[in-house]
Design a protein around this ligand. Structure first.
Ligand code: FDA
Length: 581
């Protein structure tokens, strides 16, 4: 049939999930086509907070510099303000995204990368460009219509929106990265929990140079509490930096049980003026749209040869900045597995671990983001504005200044309520603490003991299922992060000087299985040494022990010491991990 195009993997969507799946597959040399409905990538700024794991992934892909070049740097991200308007009074500030000195230490110790801000309008082109340069066939203005699957592959019907012509793409696998209204996920009937459209929200983008009001308290986020801000939306009014300090995005709520508000230039201008507290400002309104806040996640992510990733499987408000990050991380989990199965290195059952590993993450982030949005109620409670509007609300906010018992009570309540926002803005445990339990992990029955607060703090561990801990290692001319030792295109066995014998064992087992597997010995006399003696304290295994690290940097298996038959033990682990007999 002349209208059938063949590929190994068809990706539907060029957002953070789809474009990164394309990039990862192309980096691994897997043939892929990425189709997307529109003529280019995201046309509004959307997600922006880019967390450490995503930056680590971009580092692994060799595009960290490109992302940093277009990002607002870490040190301009974190003086998050709560105020009655940008020009109005401050209610308080909170250091966010790991910028408070004590938290900065946690963040720096856990990763070679820090959180930065890059709007989707800047990130997606970087992902698409690199994917395409590395081999992806990118088809814009191309719409997914339907698919069927059989034992050998997937047959997908698509439409070229320019010509209206329909054609068929035959692939071994299909990834539905087609966003919150995913047709692919619907077509494979994925099970979901939760609800869509639980609150009404609007985005307004505009240009106005307001440097004089913000550059002494640089932040990505300025939260506004004023009459109307406790209705719908994502907690309260938000003025979000898109580019410092002249491009912005406002998020403002509306009551979803009522008729949606009419948005036009005049209405948008009024909201901008109110939130900025600048009644005479003439902002350049660049766009506006209404959207619904969702609280929904899929509990299973695959059917046969078809997978869903990104917002297709987790739908939630932007609180905690997890949307785009989790989407990129879904694809990072999936792409190497597909490559391993396509190359015959692993049994197709490896692919089932995608759902086992990522569905719990979807649930966790959807729950966290929605809880964070709801926790703004603590601040409203502290200010005593619940159920109030207009003048009454303004008066209640004003009362925090009073030298009265009521004023004192409000001030004390605010101290507590502001602290709660750490769960939205410094939730290091949620950002980094993804622990996998699946057939692609050989558990040794251990799991990192939870810290005092598993949402706020990340505990590094080498328990199988955990992410490889970070430390700086290297030699007299080169400083490397632990993750640099375990690139995406192979498995890596990490050991110390007393474990040198693992290297020959690994070499023979790698040849037997036909998989890329390298041993890295860390210690004096080797290319990589434990520069700061941090790794020795983090590795949890003896110097002669070993950690088997997957391409996505999760520890798959570990040996506490060098056994009598290292090749035998390693072979046993890989058999289980790869589903090989
Ligand atoms: P995403 O939605 O980005 O991409 C879906 C892709 O699928 C698109 O490329 C689309 O063209 C394609 N597609 C859809 N249907 C198709 C079909 N039938 N055929 C072919 N292609 C198809 N998050 C945040 O943290 N802060 C924020 O401020 C915002 N703001 C925001 C505003 C708006 C308007 C939206 C829509 C979303 C946000 N988000 C956000 C959420 C954030 O954008 C989201 O989490 C990520 O984009 C998810 O990435 P995905 O790649 O999964 O989907």
């Amino acid at each position: 049939d002349s209208d059938v195009v063949d590929t190994d993997v068809l990706i539907v969507g060029s957002g953070p999930a789809g474009a990164s799946a394309a990039l990862f597959l192309s980096t691994l040399g897997v043939d892929n086509i990425m189709i997307t409905k529109y003529r280019w990538t995201a046309n509004t700024p959307r997600a922006h907070i880019t967390n450490q794991r995503s930056m680590e992934i971009f580092r692994d892909m060799g595009i960290e510099d490109q992302v940093l070049a277009d990002a607002t740097p870490h040190d301009l991200c974190g003086d998050t303000v709560f105020c009655t308007s940008i020009a109005g009074e401050e209610i308080g500030r909170i250091h966010t995204w790991g910028t408070r000195p004590d938290r900065e230490a946690d963040y720096q110790l856990a990763s070679p990368c820090l959180i930065v801000d890059i709007p989707q309008t800047y990130l997606e082109p970087i992902l698409v460009r690199n994917a395409t340069v590395r081999g992806t066939q990118s088809r814009f203005s191309t719409e997914y219509l339907a698919h069927t699957q059989d034992a050998e592959g997937v047959t997908t019907r698509v439409r070229d929106r320019l010509t209206g012509q329909e054609y068929t793409i035959r692939s071994r696998y299909l990834i539905g990265a087609d966003g919150a209204r995913s047709m692919v996920a619907a077509d494979i009937d994925l099970p979901y929990e939760g609800k869509m459209d639980i609150a009404g929200s609007m985005n307004i983008t505009f240009k106005a140079d307001i440097s004089q009001l913000v550059d002494h308290r640089p932040s990505v986020l300025y939260w506004v509490i004023q009459p109307g801000s406790n209705v719908g939306g994502i907690g309260t009014g938000l003025v979000r930096m898109v580019r410092p300090w002249n491009e912005w995005l406002i998020v403002w709520g509306y009551d979803i049980t009522e008729e949606p508000p009419t948005l036009d230039d005049a209405a948008a201008t009024k909201i901008v003026r109110d939130l900025l507290g600048m009644p005479d400002l003439e902002p350049e309104i660049t766009g506006y749209s209404l959207w619904g806040v969702n609280e929904m996640y899929a509990t299973h992510l695959q059917q046969g040869r078809v997978f869903a990733a990104g917002d297709a499987i987790h739908r939630h408000p932007p609180s905690n900045g997890l949307g785009s990050n989790t989407s990129v991380q879904d694809s990072y989990n999936l792409a190497w597995k597909i490559a391993a199965v396509l190359r015959g290195q692993a049994d197709p059952s490896l692919l089932e671990s995608y759902s086992a590993e990522r569905a719990p993450v979807a649930k966790r982030i959807v729950t966290r983001a929605n809880t964070s949005a709801r926790e703004f109620a603590d601040i409203f409670d502290a200010l005593g504005v619940v159920g109030l509007d207009g003048e009454d609300m303004a008066a209640a906010i004003e009362e925090r200044k009073a030298n009265t018992p009521e004023g004192a009570a409000k001030r004390a309540a605010l101290v507590k309520a502001m602290d709660t926002k750490n769960y939205e803005f410094n939730a290091h445990g949620v950002e980094l603490g993804q622990f996998y339990e699946s057939g692609a992990i050989v558990s040794d029955g251990t799991r990192p003991a939870p810290t005092t607060d598993a949402d706020l703090y990340h505990r590094m561990s080498t328990s199988p299922g955990a992410h490889l801990p970070h430390a700086w290692v290297g030699n007299n001319v080169e400083k490397r992060a632990m993750l640099d030792l375990a690139p995406y295109d192979r498995w890596t066995l990490l050991t110390g000087v007393a474990g040198e014998d693992w290297a020959t064992a690994a070499e023979s087992v790698a040849a037997e299985f036909g998989i890329p597997l390298e041993t890295v010995v860390i210690g004096p006399g080797h290319e990589v040494t434990d520069l700061y003696y941090d790794w020795s304290k983090l590795r949890e295994v003896q110097e002669s022990g070993a950690l088997l690290v997957r391409p996505d940097k999760h520890v798959a298996w570990r040996a506490m010491t060098l056994p009598d038959d290292p090749a035998g033990d390693l072979r046993g682990a890989l058999r289980t991990l790869l589903g090989r007999s």
